[in-house]
Design a protein around this ligand. Structure first.
Ligand code: GUN
Length: 295
């Protein structure tokens, strides 16, 4: 069994990006600048956005955190997005999800300039991804694909079962695994809450991507020997013995499933750090593509 070490690979990717930033600086070029918009005080979102901003600092990017109260109106948020779209100094930005209920998420995602949409959530970018055109690929599925690529996990002709159809993970990874790329060419089944007899699918799967958010959902008797398991779950479970009062638990019963798996991601230290690295990668691409447009 091989651990798909997202922490190690994400550090390699960050080192590669940092080297490019150093080169940009020595050529007198502007370094990439990522902005993140956070509306409200959701604890998990605060943590994620904080990690994204800190990662920027570590690799030499500029970063801007736009923190807005949860009383922010939809119009105020749209005005902020218009400012970021117009700001030539910002190469890319994200609006952290979920948004407060009074704000229409679709309207917000549509307002982001697709050339600055480093989350890859705008319909224009999502459509390009489905058509295998150059775009920004959403960071979590991009991270999963990169992890499979760097560990040379064979996907061609394999049966990949995705659990969960979210717009951020399940839906895009199901598309990416079916593309004609080297990491791709899989036969994909996208399962969700209405799937009948999920176990019949997971037991047949060569590759399982679990993006459900139910702690320890995937058990050893639900998978076959040699399966590749990617755990996207990051649920906070109360734990009085932990410093923060909670611990992060994945969708997969790691202790038992890992005994049958050929490759498996841990939680934490698997997909999570890869997401941040690929957001940085997209921001670098936004900077490079923006420069190409101006040249
Ligand atoms: N919420 C959970 N994951 C993500 C992500 O990748 N991007 C944004 N903007 N919000 C998220």
């Amino acid at each position: 069994m091989v651990i798909l070490d997202g922490k190690k690979i994400s550090n390699q990717i960050k080192d590669e990006i940092a080297a490019e930033v150093k080169e940009m600086k020595s050529n007198g070029e502007k370094v990439p600048h990522l902005a993140a918009v956070l509306v409200g005080e959701d604890g998990a979102s605060l943590t994620y956005v904080g990690s994204k901003v800190r990662a920027c600092e570590r690799i030499g990017f500029e970063s801007t955190l736009v923190k807005l109260p949860d009383t922010t109106t939809e119009d105020e948020l749209l005005a902020k997005i218009a400012d970021l779209n117009a700001d030539d100094d910002i190469d890319g930005f994200i609006v952290q999800l979920p948004l407060p209920k009074h704000i229409d998420e679709q309207k917000v995602l549509l307002a982001v300039d697709p050339d600055k949409d480093v989350d890859g959530f705008h319909p224009a970018n999502f459509g390009k991804m489905a058509l295998e055109m150059q775009t920004f690929i959403p960071a979590t599925p991009f991270g999963i694909m990169e992890l499979l690529k760097r560990y040379e996990v064979e996907t061609s002709g394999k049966h990949a079962v995705v659990i969960g159809r979210s717009h951020i993970v399940g839906r895009p990874i199901s598309i990416l695994l079916s593309t004609k790329d080297k990491v791709g060419n899989a036969t994909v089944t996208l399962t969700h809450s209405r799937t009948k007899d999920l176990e019949a699918f997971t037991k047949d799967a060569d590759i399982i991507i679990s993006a459900l958010g139910v702690p320890n959902f995937l058990k050893a008797d639900m998978v076959k020997d040699g399966v590749v398991v990617v755990d996207v779950g990051i649920t906070r479970v109360p734990d009085e013995t932990a410093k923060r009062g909670y611990r992060i638990v994945g969708d997969v019963d790691f202790e038992n499933v890992s005994k049958k798996a050929s490759y498996i991601t841990p939680v934490p230290g698997g997909v999570g750090p890869m997401t941040i690295a690929m957001l940085l990668k997209n921001t670098l691409l936004a900077r490079q593509r923006g420069m190409a447009k101006k040249a």
